[in-house]
Design a protein. Sequence first.
Length: 415
Amino acid sequence: MGAILGLGNGVALAEDGAAATTAEAAPAEATQTNQGIPETSPHVVKTGDDLALKKDYPERYTVVEGDTLWDISSRFLKSPWNWPKIWKINDQVANPHLIYPGDVILMRWVDGQPQLSVLRTDKLPVPVPAPVEEKKRKPVDWPEQEEARVVPIPKPDLDKPRVTVGNRERLQPQVRSQSRQEAIPTISPTVIGPFLTRPLVVGRSELEKAGYVTIGRDGRRAIGTNDEFYGRNIDRDDGEFYYIFRKGRKIRSPGSRRVLGYEAVYLGEARLVEYNRSRRTASKFLVTSAAKEILPTDRLWPMKKTPPLPYYHPRSPETQVEGSIVLGHDGATQMGAMSVVVIDLGERDGLKQGHVLRILRHVGKDEDPVTGRNYKVPDEETGLMIVFRTFRRTAYGLIMKADRPVHINDVVRTP
């Protein structure tokens, strides 16, 4: 079937076979807009709960490879997080929470309210090719040859990728295999993929437990790509691959000044080459990639297996929340669309994957040019972000829209 589009749990629809015939009749027609509908038409209105449709929303749209749910929702709605309010659910289809390239999304009106549904193209009958009659061939008289000697090739034992000598455990190079992700989530996996496992903010206890670089091979202090180095405080169960990061500045919540953790400055990645069971002896690593110079005391973070891309639909938080952007990726202080940021809201604030937040430019106070006294400058909306990874006190978000540059300490709020 190829790549598919995630919608969240239990939110998808397929029409009956008769409707699917219509989709087959016009496969080349990807989009039909409502431009011919007059302004007074009930199809161009604001509905309840601020469910505003775009003026040029399509009557039907054919999903193509590379689409995301955010892209499709933005074609129909001024506020993409209202997608669940107009999506019709049908539990009678397989994988109702998935949409596939080739599916046709239809806009309908039921009791004066907009409703989106899907023509599931895989319901169309699949033609069965006619059997091909195999032609009989005349036998060929080959000259007699010595029987070929077949030597079986032993299969590699993937369960034993290491050799142990005394306390030293030599790891054999292995290729990391990642399962092919057929489903396409709400937002682009190429943007958020690295941040599903890589740390951006770490706590004090995590720093104390993390492994660390001691020295490069041959006594070198500055380490780069393809260099070997020694490290300590390693647990064999943590795996073979590691992120290398440096403890950065303290991250505080602008309002309370509460310390949320420390910035994890990404330096590169390494592979464990030789593990030493003795706590008094260092283990050996190989730098597989280096974004910056690596030095002694830099930390080692186990590279966990990338989790499956989550499926969720963009939606507004259930409660009114307000927080701030506290960190930009790679220490950026100004961000734009498709930038990853950290906010000071988390699971304890009710934040979940898929929650959409407004971004507002926060200036704070300024001096009145006439009175000379400070006055409060109102916050102005500059964009939107969607949460894709949550922790207890913080969350990672992706900026989906930015009309102006987004800054550290800008406010995020329930839309």
